[in-house]
Design a protein. Structure first.
Length: 509
């Protein structure tokens, strides 16, 4: 399938020929749908903390940090924010076709709302200054044009992390800055250092670094913290090959192979390069102003407390299973370990999975205990698109808690869609992770993914259709084989910005 020239191109990217060949087989065979067994709910896979439990988990986390547990905050911040402005780009296209403004604003409600409520946005003053300095009228077309394009604020190509989201008395803050402030409240170690890691696109990293240089010292003084901020980029080796509609490698005019970014699942490699005892994961656009941060801070600490409390017991079982011969473990220990795995760590054996021999059970438990641990916050479902918490069947026929995207579930199955319809909670991407074993040794996180949970979509390049492949998502397929706990978190902690007009919601004003 590949020429010598192809092989050189693949190897230069840091990819393996075998991996690329497997990706092409995925195109040909397709990815199987995940078989969900039930939606997780409170009392059946989702933990609900009462006020006393909440305070105890917060206290446990704070105590452990004081004892030298080292936290870190991981924020995927790659990519342009162009999807945020889809409606505005469409409106601008209509203007550029010389259609009358009143027809556009009535035909595109998002454009009308944006233009009429411009003064409420944190970037309004800066935008109006640019328009004035260009000696242009403050009309709807110019408001959009100078917001999106290089002749103005260039928001159409910047990443979300660098857009002005929230207004304060002393200026406006970007999501990047909000994450620094938030991270200082719960991701600070006992020495007062807050470590945050952002994954960014190569073309955007200089702008992030420029902003950091500008604001770092003032935030450190204001928050009584020292920041340790690092950046990484999605690795070229995690890009996936594109194919044509006949599943043959898609090629440029010069016959070079075409590779595309593998989606956020590729960031498991970036996460794997980090070293911390507790890692918080949160999307770049899910931030709120200071007046609304307390629930987020409290629940972030509480999720970490839930993780540490359960990790203590997990480590006790892990140590025994790793350091003792099966013959030295009595039935009472194995029964207790099985119970904790099934009823707390939420991994249940298949119905026909009976371990009649002690050694069989020992090896099963040892494998399941020697895995990373994550606690995922879940909010009540209020109709947001995206994944959710389910009990799902794994490749080894065990049943466990999984974050499942809608694209992973068979749309033609009445039974599967009925389960989806009855789901009570939604995944807000609110994770706390532990990536080390009882000895403090890091796991190789790439060993705990499920390669069969990728996704295929149709795209185009230079006017030609192609098929693209995304790797298993960071919090679903890429963490499929982790031990998992779900905890209900309040809806107040979930405030994403998917469109520019989401910034007009009360939570962002």
């Amino acid at each position: 399938m590949f020429s010598e020239k192809d092989k050189i191109q693949i190897e230069k990217r840091g990819s393996l020929i075998e991996t690329v060949e497997l990706q092409i087989q995925n195109f040909k065979k397709g990815f199987p749908f995940l078989q969900i067994k039930n939606a997780a709910s409170v009392g059946d896979g989702i933990i609900r903390l009462n006020s006393d439990e909440l305070n105890k988990r917060i206290a446990l986390y704070e105590k452990r940090v004081a004892q030298n547990t080292k936290p870190l905050k991981f924020i995927p911040a790659s990519g342009a924010a162009s999807r945020m402005f889809k409606a505005l780009f469409e409106g601008l296209e209509l203007f550029e076709k010389n259609i009358q403004e009143n027809k556009i604003t009535t035909g595109n409600n998002a454009v009308k709302e944006f233009a009429e409520k411009l003064d409420k946005f944190a970037f309004a003053t800066e935008l109006k200054t640019v328009i004035k300095n260009k000696n242009q009228e403050l009309n709807t077309k110019n408001k959009i044009d100078f917001l999106l394009n290089k002749n103005g604020l260039n928001y159409g190509t910047l990443p979300k992390g660098l857009l002005k989201f929230h207004r304060y008395k002393n200026g406006a803050r970007t999501p990047f800055e909000e994450h620094l402030v938030e991270g200082a409240k719960y991701a600070k170690d006992k020495t007062g250092k807050a470590k945050l890691h952002f994954t960014v696109s190569p073309e955007h990293q200089p702008e992030f670094e420029k902003l950091l240089t500008k604001i770092k010292k003032s935030y450190e003084n204001e928050l009584a913290v020292s920041f340790d901020i690092s950046f990484s980029q999605q690795k070229p080796s995690t890009d996936t090959i594109a194919v044509d509609l006949n599943n043959e490698p898609f090629r440029e005019n010069d016959r070079n192979l075409v590779f595309r970014p593998g989606g956020h699942g590729a960031l498991i490699e970036n996460l794997n390069d980090l070293d911390a005892d507790v890692i918080f994961i949160k999307n770049i656009d899910n931030v709120v102003p200071d007046r609304l941060k307390k629930p987020t801070i409290d629940y972030k600490k509480a999720l970490a407390g839930v993780l540490l409390k359960n990790q203590e017991k997990l480590f006790l079982y892990q140590k025994e299973l790793n350091e003792k011969h099966p013959a030295a473990l009595n039935h009472a220990f194995l029964a207790a370990a099985s119970n904790f795995l099934e009823n707390t760590l939420n991994t249940k054996p298949a119905k026909n999975q009976y371990y009649t021999e002690k050694e069989e059970l020992y090896h099963y438990l040892k494998e399941k205990y020697n895995r990373p641990l994550r606690v995922c916050g879940m909010v009540k479902n209020e109709g947001e698109p995206g994944g959710g918490p389910f009990w799902a069947k794994n490749s080894d026929d065990t049943i466990s808690l999984q974050v499942v995207e809608s694209s992973q579930i068979d749309p033609e199955s009445v039974y599967q869609q009925k389960i989806v319809k009855n789901a009570t909670h939604f995944n807000p991407v609110d994770l706390v992770c532990a990536i080390k074993n009882y000895k403090g040794e890091k796991y190789n996180l790439t060993e705990f993914t499920d390669p069969a949970t990728g996704f295929i979509s149709k795209k185009s390049k230079d006017g030609k259709e192609l098929k693209a492949q995304e790797l298993p998502g960071l919090w679903n397929g890429a963490m499929s084989n982790w031990n998992t706990l779900f905890v209900e978190v309040p809806i107040e902690t979930f405030n994403p910005v998917k469109t520019v007009n989401d910034l007009l919601r009360d939570q962002h004003l």
